[in-house]
Design a protein around this ligand. Structure first.
Ligand code: UGB
Length: 603
């Protein structure tokens, strides 16, 4: 059927011949039409099949399934078929938690207890095009007071949970919580380098597993003809398939079975830049355990049009129902098509009635493993071609199939226990996704999701938690950085081992402690107790675990001031430019306790 290929068949291994036959039967002749006689470009021809093999083995069901799925989804898209046809959305009900109340505190305790049976999975294959940052996002500082990057914070949080969880059970537990990072070709080398050059931030290297997702083939037209790379006609053009790949990678890695045999129970998925997430993990895991949820999604109140999905109850005309994320670009059309003429709009509370999905999923390992044995981790996919015109005959550029990790529940039977847990945004969610220019254009009142707002959210959360624990923390001032108006709270931050749960914080803040608005406070150590500290300036306390440090008295100095930084100022580092401010470290008190025993810092 394809003479240029037939003439080159002897270059191919038997399995490659089978792949070639499959490609021809699926209408992919164009991939070979330009192939010259054997003897010319043979290395490139072999390279082409190396790539075809990789594309075939990294997709559940192989390249044949990929092409067939693409044909169907492209035909649906051309016909204007709505993936939610037959479904009516309504507002679901879930667990709504109030930070610091008795229920919250007991759920946190239950969650910490469960943590030794948990594994964590970070999806970090995205390049963050919207942020426009050149490096990997997990290497960005979570806040610039300490400069600790997101990955360090995540690892320290998991280690803190591991230790606290083992302490709660009196059975000599020495569990090491496994930590998986999904990378992609865009992020893999830099992620490994970041870990290796920082001794894995204190985690044992054997605890960390990297799973690299492969890209998928691009599609040139409605017949799902694979697109050749414009710069190399022996290469198929590829693009990312989305965070949904994490399920098939976990399945094929064999890790799920290994974890089951080790008696583990929960798999917690999370994203690359949410510096507040671990404030929400203990209580959310507590909810999963208390409710016996197979799937628990974390959510926050959502502003209409905010770029986070809406958790929605969908009821089909045939009676089926499911509680699932409807992605932000689909919620508005779905609502309009089902009798809500205002679409994705705020209700009288000032928020969308649909809770916002922050893509932190807690799955129960047993049912998850069983489900993946059936699906092999394949996740419902979508395609989003940009057509040249309304005839929908041609694409402006090649497209590809995509998938999202939160679509996992779509294949579950109605008997599955799928729930969600809503928490305050200030406590749980502050992603860094938008560059300063785009952030400044976000409608007033909606969150910026920028490096500026992401860092300020850390200080706000720390301040509010300390307030709730009884400390007097000054009100914020409002300032504008790169066109974004934000609240600037005292710059308070602590290591995860100090304040893993609200109970931990409360136990370490006694008496009358206070911080003025211009203050910066860094608490770095497990046993540091604020007992009547009055801070007006900058205080950094570092202590080894065996040291017990009481901090009292009045600390006053010139402190650290905040300087505005123009995001176009090329003399500043990119990670500073994207936040629009930096600290001028004028004066500080920094104390280090390296010896075990009781110490007191009375200023
Ligand atoms: N990611 C990968 O690991 N691989 C990929 O191929 C792509 C991404 P974005 P998005 O909570 O804030 C999601 O781009 O996809 C990783 C939810 O779909 O930051 O626009 C990437 O590294 C949405 O419902 O987000 O939106 C990152 O860690 C809402 O919950 C993660 O996937 C929103 O996140 C997310 O990628 C949110």
């Amino acid at each position: 059927a394809c003479p240029p290929l037939r003439r080159n068949l002897r270059l191919l291994a038997p399995d490659e011949v089978e792949l070639a036959k499959m490609l021809l039967s699926e209408g992919q002749m164009h991939l070979f039409e330009h192939w010259p006689e054997p003897g010319l470009d043979d290395v490139k021809k072999r390279g082409f099949f190396d790539q075809v093999r990789r594309l075939n083995s990294s997709y559940p069901g192989g390249l044949l399934s990929y092409i067939q799925n693409a044909k169907k989804l492209l035909a649906d898209s051309k016909a204007g078929k709505n993936p939610y046809d037959g479904f009516t959305p309504s507002v679901p009900s879930g667990e709504v938690l109030t930070f610091g109340d008795d229920n919250f505190v007991s759920l946190e305790a239950a969650g910490v207890r469960e943590a030794r049976n948990a594994v964590f999975v970070l999806v970090a294959g995205g390049l963050g095009e919207r942020l426009g940052y050149k490096g990997i996002k997990v290497a960005l500082p979570r806040e610039t007071t300490t400069g600790k990057c997101f990955l360090q914070h995540y690892i320290e949080s998991i280690l803190a949970l591991q230790e606290a969880s083992c302490k709660m059970v009196d059975d000599g537990c020495h569990t090491k919580i496994p930590f998986v990072i999904m990378t992609s070709d865009d992020t893999n080398a830099l992620t490994i380098k970041l870990l290796e050059s920082n001794s894995y931030f204190g985690m044992e290297p054997s605890q960390v597993k990297i799973l690299k997702q492969e890209k998928v083939a691009c599609l040139a037209d409605n017949d799902a003809r694979l697109a050749l790379d414009p710069n190399d006609k022996y290469k198929i053009q590829t693009k990312p398939h989305g965070h949904g790949d994490v399920h098939s990678l976990l399945y094929s890695s064999g890790l799920l079975e290994q974890w089951k045999s080790e008696g583990r129970k929960w798999v917690l998925f999370f994203q690359d830049t949410n510096g507040l997430l671990f404030n929400a993990i203990p209580s959310a895991l507590g909810v999963s355990a208390a409710k016996g949820y197979n799937v628990n999604s974390l959510a926050v109140p959502r502003k209409a049009k905010e770029a986070i999905g809406g958790i929605t109850k969908l009821t089909h005309v045939d009676g089926r129902t499911m509680v699932i994320n409807v992605e932000y670009n689909q919620l508005d059309p779905l609502l309009r098509a089902t009798g809500h003429p205002d679409g994705d709009a705020n209700c009288e509370t000032g928020y969308s009635p649909y809770p916002g999905n922050i893509n932190q999923l807690i799955l129960e390992l047993g049912p998850y493993t069983e489900e993946l044995k059936k699906t092999h981790g394949a996740i419902s996919e979508f395609v989003n071609p940009k057509y040249t015109d309304s005839t929908k005959v041609a694409f402006k550029s090649s497209t590809r199939l995509e998938c999202m990790m939160q679509d996992y529940p779509k294949t579950l039977p109605p008997s599955a226990k799928v729930g969600f847990t809503v928490m305050d945004t200030w406590l749980a969610y502050a992603p860094v996704k938008n560059n300063p220019e785009d952030a400044a254009k976000v409608p007033k009142g909606n969150p910026y999701h920028s490096a500026t707002s992401g860092e300020m959210a850390i200080y706000r959360a720390s301040s509010l938690i300390l307030r709730k624990a009884g400390a007097q923390i000054a009100d914020p001032v409002v300032d504008t950085f790169s066109g974004q108006e934000v609240e600037v709270w005292p710059r308070i931050t602590w290591s995860p081992r100090w304040g893993l749960t609200f109970k931990d914080v409360k136990e370490k803040v006694h008496g009358y402690s206070s911080a003025s608005q211009r203050s910066t406070l860094v608490i770095n150590g497990q046993n540091i107790f604020l007992e009547g500290l009055s801070l007006d300036g900058t205080l950094i306390v570092n202590a080894v675990d065996e040291a017990e440090v009481k901090v009292t008295g009045h600390v006053q100095n010139k402190g650290w001031t905040i300087q505005h930084v123009d995001y176009k100022d090329a003399s500043e580092k990119e990670e500073i430019r994207i936040r629009g401010f930096k600290f001028e470290k004028v004066e500080q008190l920094e104390v280090n306790y390296r010896e075990p025993g009781k110490h007191s810092l009375s200023a």
